[in-house]
Design a protein around this ligand. Structure first.
Ligand code: AHR
Length: 522
């Protein structure tokens, strides 16, 4: 099979925000405890941070990491598997009598921190890792914190107090507490999520959109009043299948437009039917979600006759459908949501990223959910770690997508993607960095049977040489890395040829990903 990708360095959707390569760390299962934080383990430093995990995360180049949840901040019960795949009428459940996560439990001397029940995942939260630990860990990773406040059972005053604790210089109660805990320098956290999945009836404190909008507006005003340099993210829809999808978002945006910077979207992909042809076309649905939000954001901007822009923060995305049981049976750091990923999952993750790049005009932040042990690219054991298949597309795209996002025009074959209908065999995105003259082209072959030969044509410039190629995949879609066989799904070097017409010719494995890098002649 053959396909052609036409590019032009002047035909683009704007600069790629590095924050589309971000992560998410939730107090859930073994993500924090035994994941990033494991005091006493010989692989951890004196602060308890697993150094091998940090080393494995660094090549992912995550610009920001969202914390501490997720459902952890205000969900009342996940154990029945309720969640964003289904939606029920608003206010079907009332708020829990507990306060769910209270950030104040996670500060101060470790020995005086109270253990609390975590209602979301039915585990015991020791609170040994809290805000100060997360900030110190973020510094070691060289990433920016993205904080989520509890707007379910928490109130706006508590949210503002957390901001005061993190960002104010001193001389006020909470800022002085931070200094007392050994951190005189403010953390300067810039990104703040105003709750999590507040459209979902599984959140304690879930309310109709109009009520949430007022709450988010109030919290945002108080927080920006304390630190006008912050950016806020209002909760959008938890999933495209939600009954209130886009309507919730519209109401929130119409109310908060002048006071928020982003609206969130979440999505978890699945292949429950075990239909790989269908699953490998998941990018079509991701594209549609981004189109939906592009339309909505323009609509609200138009209705408000506003010169201001609000962008999309896709702050939870991944594949998640096998390890859905979220009942921790009141254990500490139980094995929860430890999804094992294969090649087809890696290619779906690659499609999230290519889709995000193509809509760099609308999407500024995207967090892979999550980063370690829980639906994650990395699994740990006390004596080591394993990189799962989904680690590699993230690492490759994050490393090479720089500069502006080019708009690819694709000519190529289609295939029958189950009940999604006809889908293009080739999915592609491309970037061009004017400063370095480097272009990177990301090609995904959705075919399970046939290699795809792709010719890349650059209309306004010339490729200086054949460049370099990394390939992932080919063969069994169910191939996965394991502790016994950790290198089954890893990138290998490929090659490109430069044709007489100055086109790059690359062979993309079936199914697989090719990442092509070439210098563009001046
Ligand atoms: O990432 C797992 C869970 O999925 C998060 O806690 C929640 O926000 C989402 O529904």
């Amino acid at each position: 099979m053959k396909a052609t990708v036409h590019l032009d360095t002047q035909h683009h959707v704007g600069p790629i925000d590095r924050r589309v390569f971000s992560g998410f760390l939730e107090h859930l299962g073994r993500a924090v405890y035994e994941g990033v934080y494991d005091p006493g383990n010989p692989r951890s430093d004196e602060q308890g941070f697993r150094q091998d995990v940090l080393e494995a995360l660094r090549p992912l180049g995550m610009a920001t990491v969202r914390y501490p949840g997720g459902n952890f901040v205000s969900c009342y019960d996940w154990k029945d598997g309720i969640g964003p795949l289904e939606s029920s009428p608003p206010s079907a459940h009332s708020a829990s009598s507990s306060s769910n996560y209270d950030w104040k439990d996670g500060i101060g001397p470790l020995e005086s921190r109270a253990a609390r029940p975590d209602y979301a995942w039915r585990t015991i939260e020791s609170n040994q890792f809290g805000t100060d630990q997360f900030m110190a860990w973020s510094r070691q990773l060289d990433t920016e914190p993205m904080m989520a406040v509890n707007l379910g059972t928490g109130n706006t005053a508590d949210a503002a107090a957390l901001l005061e604790y993190c960002n104010l210089p001193g001389g006020t109660y909470w800022a002085d507490q931070r200094t007392r805990h050994g951190n005189a320098e403010p953390y300067g956290a810039k990104l703040w999520c105003l709750g999590n999945e507040m459209d979902g009836p599984w959140q304690a404190g879930h309310v109709p959109a109009a009520v949430y909008a007022q709450r988010a507006w109030q919290a945002g005003q108080m927080m920006k009043g304390l630190d006008p340099t912050i950016e806020t993210v209002a909760c959008g829809s938890s999933h495209r299948n939600m009954r209130t999808y886009l309507e919730w978002d519209r109401e929130v945006l119409e109310y908060c437009w002048d006071h928020v910077d982003y609206i969130s979207a979440h999505r978890y992909s699945e292949n429950r039917r075990d239909d790989s042809a269908w699953y490998l076309a998941e990018g079509l649905e991701i594209d549609r979600t981004l189109e939906d939000y592009a339309g909505l954001l323009n609509y609200v901007r138009g209705v408000k006759k506003s010169g201001k822009r609000v962008y999309l923060s896709f702050d939870e995305w991944n594949v998640w459908y096998r390890a859905r049981d979220g009942d921790g049976h009141w254990q500490t750091a139980p094995h929860l949501l430890e999804e094992v990923y294969n090649l087809e999952d890696a290619l779906v993750c690659a499609q999230y990223l290519t889709s995000f790049l193509r809509r760099a005009d609308v999407l500024k932040i995207a967090c892979m959910a999550q980063i370690v042990n829980v639906i994650a690219p990395i699994l740990t054991r006390p004596e080591g770690l394993l990189r799962q298949s989904i680690y590699y597309p993230f690492a490759l795209l994050s490393r090479y997508a720089h500069g502006r996002s080019l708009t690819p025009v694709i000519h190529g074959p289609t295939y029958q993607a189950g009940d999604r209908g006809e889908a293009p065999v080739l999915d592609a995105a491309a970037s061009y960095d004017e400063e370095t003259g480097q272009t990177a082209i990301f090609l995904i072959n959705r075919s399970q049977g046939e290699e795809l030969t792709v010719e890349i044509d650059l209309a306004d410039r010339r490729f200086a040489g054949a460049g370099t190629v990394d390939l992932l995949g080919g063969g069994d879609v169910k191939a996965a890395n394991s502790w016994e066989d950790p290198h089954r799904v890893v990138p290998v070097q490929g090659s490109a040829a430069l044709t007489e017409e100055n086109r790059l010719r690359v062979r993309v494995p079936a199914p697989g990903l090719a990442v092509v890098r070439a210098t563009v002649a001046g």
